[in-house]
Design a protein around this ligand. Structure first.
Ligand code: OAD
Length: 243
């Protein structure tokens, strides 16, 4: 994978850069992706785990799955890809992360402006009165319930649910404003999140794809950098820093 000098020179002058990330950026931290050969959705059915009706039908099962994923997240740490994105903040005036991931790893890596389009596995709220719920979940005590009687649920976006409005609006503004829009470790097939790539492109941003394989974005990206994000992004940083 070659990172062209001309591209690096342009990037050095950027005023605003967006990193739109997906499960692939966390793959090198040991968190499974959704699609592809070893993807979660190859083994499990989204309709049985990631939608509200499934939760109402079997909250125990859905909670067990999220507690399992939370455990994986707690055992993992940000990798070189997350850290490279955080380091970009020292090199450019504005760096915004828009992520579909719920794993909190961008925050732990030190990124400051992060819009989480699909929620965050560390947060929960009451599905009835929407009160945030911060207490650690212990399934031995049964499925967690709010004082109002409603079921507590993870603060993540399930299939058929709206994205958090403020985060999506801010992400759209960032996509329209940025000079460079990086699409990192995402198959970019889940909408409305993936629409941001098209918003950025329409607004004239330079689209940079970072992935281990071709995706929907490859056919129109201005540059595709193929390789693991944990290698490509640090290599790019080194080039930006080099005299
Ligand atoms: P996917 O699993 O669809 O795609 C992961 C992408 O990461 C693929 O394009 C891989 O080729 C790429 N990839 C894997 N390892 C990589 C690495 N080391 N470096 C760079 N790229 C790598 O995951 P998402 O696109 O994030 O939604 O999926 C989007 C949404 O679908 C998720 O947020 C989730 C899921 O259903 C909800 O749960 C609402």
């Amino acid at each position: 994978m070659e990172i062209k000098q001309e591209f690096v020179d342009g990037l050095r002058e950027a005023k605003s850069v967006v990193f739109f990330t997906g499960a692939g950026i966390s793959a090198e931290s040991g968190i499974p992706t959704f699609r592809g050969k070893d993807g979660i959705w190859n083994k499990l059915k989204p309709e049985e785990l990631a939608n509200f009706n499934a939760f109402l039908k079997n909250p125990q099962l859905v909670w067990e799955w999220y507690q399992h994923r939370k455990q994986i997240v707690h055992e993992s740490k940000p990798n070189k890809g997350h850290l490279a994105i955080a380091e970009m903040q020292e090199l450019l005036p504005e760096v915004i992360v828009v992520t579909q991931n719920i794993d909190n790893l961008h925050r732990r890596a030190g990124s400051k402006i992060i819009y989480e389009l699909h929620g965050n596995i560390e947060r929960n709220y009451c599905s009835k009165c929407r009160t945030p719920y911060t207490k650690e979940i212990n399934l031995d005590e049964g499925v967690p319930k709010c004082y109002c009687g409603g079921l507590i649920r993870p603060d993540v976006v399930w299939f058929g649910e709206y994205l958090p409005e403020d985060e999506f609006n801010e992400s759209e503004k960032a996509a329209r404003r940025c000079d460079y829009f990086f699409v990192v470790g995402t198959s970019a097939v889940v909408f409305p999140a993936a629409s941001l790539v098209y918003t950025a492109r329409q607004a004239g941003a330079f689209i940079v794809e970072v992935n281990i394989e071709e995706t929907e974005v490859s056919r129109f990206a201005d540059i595709s950098l193929f390789g693991p994000a944990g290698e490509v992004l640090p290599a790019m940083i080194s080039k930006i820093k080099a005299e």
